[in-house]
Write a protein that binds this ligand. Structure first.
Ligand code: NI
Length: 266
């Protein structure tokens, strides 16, 4: 099992990331991919990847940090330097986010789009796939990707923590993207602002396009919801999806691992 998206580079793991990583490997997680959301956390992801075997990094500026207050004027140059480091497998998490967080309003959409497009072009230049963040912005993201089709690799990467409509899903699949699911697929009902349950989406996706992630420290799967998430729980999400797809956990593990290796050229 591979956790294709987590944040052991965040403060919440500062004191015990070493134990968390060892616990995950012991539980059967073979590979962990840490993701940056701005320059400092991307730098930290790169450092962690240098320290551990089977641990990789994804670097990028999250749409929520697209604001000029958070990104220095030379952020793109800084990001390019980081993206060229060993064991960086993609540019992410990048995309669009129209959800208003308690701590943060919605960053200007034009600014988000600009930062997203600059990073699509950087990924193209460095021949890296994309790891896309979408919250309530699926149609705009699809349009931007369609407008940048010639910049996409084959395969182009993945949508992280997928949510949205069947139409957005269909477009993402048609462009060749993989689809990532997290622990929130184990929650009952439809999350706020969405119209389709995640398990209904997962049923429509062929097994060769699904990848598993935790988004640790967030989105902890049942029965641990409410506590800090960590990569070892990728296995719980994998088991849940295997049940939805009516296949064995071994089959899901084998195929999602293969998908990740193909997509990130591991
Ligand atoms: Ni994340």
């Amino acid at each position: 099992m591979i956790d294709v998206h987590c944040h052991l580079n965040f403060k919440r793991f500062a004191d015990d990331y070493d134990e968390v990583i060892k616990r995950a490997y012991k539980a059967g997680v073979t590979t962990i991919i840490n993701v940056g959301t701005k320059i400092d956390s991307s730098q930290k992801a790169v450092e962690l990847a240098q320290k551990y075997d089977n641990l990789f990094a994804i670097v990028g500026a999250h749409p929520h940090h697209a604001d000029k207050h958070e990104l220095e004027s030379d952020w793109l140059e800084q990001l390019e330097k980081l993206a060229k480091k060993p064991k960086v497998v993609a540019i992410g998490e990048i995309g669009m986010d129209y959800y208003r967080y308690q701590s943060n309003g919605i960053v200007d959409k034009k600014l988000q789009m600009e930062v997203f497009q600059q990073q699509i072009k950087l990924a193209h230049k460095l021949k890296l796939p994309l790891q896309i963040h979408n919250r309530h912005a699926g149609e705009d993201i699809i349009n931007i990707l369609l407008n940048h089709k010639s910049y996409l690799l084959n395969p182009p990467g993945m949508f992280h923590c997928f949510a949205g409509t069947f139409e957005v899903l269909k477009s993402a699949l048609q462009m060749g993207f993989c689809i990532g699911f997290d622990g929130n697929i184990t929650y009952k009902g439809v999350s706020p602002g969405e119209t389709v349950a995640l398990s209904e989406l997962a049923k429509r996706i062929s097994l060769d396009r699904i990848v598993i992630e935790t988004d640790s420290p967030y989105l902890t799967p049942q029965p641990h919801r409410g506590s800090r998430n960590e990569p070892q729980y990728a296995i719980l999400t994998g088991k849940f999806i295997a049940q939805i797809k009516d296949i064995s956990f071994q089959e899901l593990d084998r195929q999602t691992t293969e998908n990740t290796k193909r997509m990130f050229r591991l």
